[in-house]
Design a protein around this ligand. Structure first.
Ligand code: SAM
Ligand code: SF4
Length: 329
């Protein structure tokens, strides 16, 4: 079992399959993208499978594939199939912008993927295009419906909430759960990645943060009731609109961060282990992978470095300018 210096048991590895993406969400990336990691520096399928095998032997039980956009990685179905077959891995999920999901949902489910989280910040076609810079919301919507048909459940929809951009849509997004058994989760915007620089026509950095408390107060009209957490390690506080099929969750990485329950480790697409999304210390697996050396000690080192908590409300740690798409959000 992997336990860190503060007694937290680490069972969850989030893997960034690529830093590339087919969208350019304003809070995540500049309009012209980032300097992509050269293909030669991205982990190969064999390397990822090997890393997951080692992780599983150490006690990792849950894997989430993310990015960048994980569905743009060539050969994604084969990789999912290989990871799903690794003994010890009980839960394999993926976070996606949904653009390529319509055609991939059924084959992903068949390959062993259990569930997906789809990012959807707005229900408005034009606003979606503005936030993602060129995305087509209909493709995402069709992707969500295809995921549901394919049995990729529970289906979670994640919305990053920004004052002056989509905060007015909180009730409409929450009401999706009335008729659909989906979990809509509202996420506070984090001051990392492109949030400092996202350009003209968007809310400025002084006003855009919209706290979980403000979200609750805007949703008070829905009379939501709390849903108890089954495991205690969830990042979201969960509620239900009376009679609704799905739930509404709040993820508050700033206002009420969940560091005390954090059971995660992250693997960047170029082969570095990170024990915290925010704090930039990394352990490189690259040399060991290249030389065929054991990885176990490096996992233990990454976990020994795991900080107790971050405090993004107070300051953004120096050297943590990488965006979500680079670390694996
Ligand atoms: N491309 C996939 C997607 O968009 O779902 C997976 C990677 S994306 C980096 C993962 C999540 O990070 C998305 O839900 C996105 O909204 C979120 N994200 C990106 N930048 C963020 C920021 N500055 N603050 C909060 N969430 C952010
Ligand atoms: Fe791409 Fe996801 Fe970042 Fe949007 S949030 S630019 S979809 S990686």
């Amino acid at each position: 079992m992997l336990t860190d210096s503060f007694g937290r048991t680490i069972t969850y590895l989030r893997i960034s399959l690529t830093d590339r993406c087919n969208l350019r969400c304003v809070y995540c990336m500049p309009a012209d993208g980032i300097r992509w990691t050269p293909f030669a520096d991205l982990l190969s399928d064999d390397q990822i499978v090997h890393i997951v095998e080692v992780a599983a032997s150490l006690g990792i039980r849950k894997i989430r594939l993310t990015g960048g956009e994980p569905l743009v990685r060539p050969g994604i179905l084969t990789l999912v199939r290989r990871i799903a077959a690794i003994p010890g891995i009980q839960d394999l999920s993926l976070t996606t912008n949904g653009i390529l999901l319509e055609n991939l949902a059924a084959p992903l489910a068949e390959a062993g993927l259990k569930r997906v989280n789809v990012s959807l910040d707005t229900l408005d076609k034009d606003k979606f295009k503005r936030i993602t810079r060129f995305g087509d919301i209909e493709r995402v919507w069709n992707g969500i419906l295809a995921a549901e048909r394919a049995g990729l459940s529970p289906l979670k929809l994640n919305a990053v909430i920004v004052r002056g951009l989509n905060a007015d849509e909180l009730p409409a997004l929450a009401r999706l759960t009335v008729e659909h058994p989906w979990h809509v989760r509202f996420i506070e915007i984090m001051p990392i990645g492109n949030t400092q620089e996202w350009g003209r026509g968007f809310p400025d950095s002084g006003t855009r943060y919209f706290s979980m408390q403000e979200m609750h107060s805007d949703l008070a009209v829905l009379n939501m009731v709390p849903v108890p957490s089954p495991t205690g390690s969830e990042t979201a506080r969960t509620f239900r609109i009376p009679g609704a099929l799905g739930t509404v969750g709040f993820i508050s990485p700033l206002g009420e961060h969940f560091c005390q329950n954090c059971n995660r480790l992250r693997l960047t697409s170029d082969g570095h282990l990170r024990s915290c999304l925010v704090i930039p210390e990394e352990v490189s697996l690259r040399a060991a992978l290249r030389n065929g050396e054991p990885l176990e000690q490096l996992f233990l080192q990454a976990i020994a470095n795991k900080p107790l908590q971050h405090d993004l409300l107070v300051s953004v740690p120096a050297g943590s300018q990488l965006g979500m798409s680079q670390i694996g959000g």
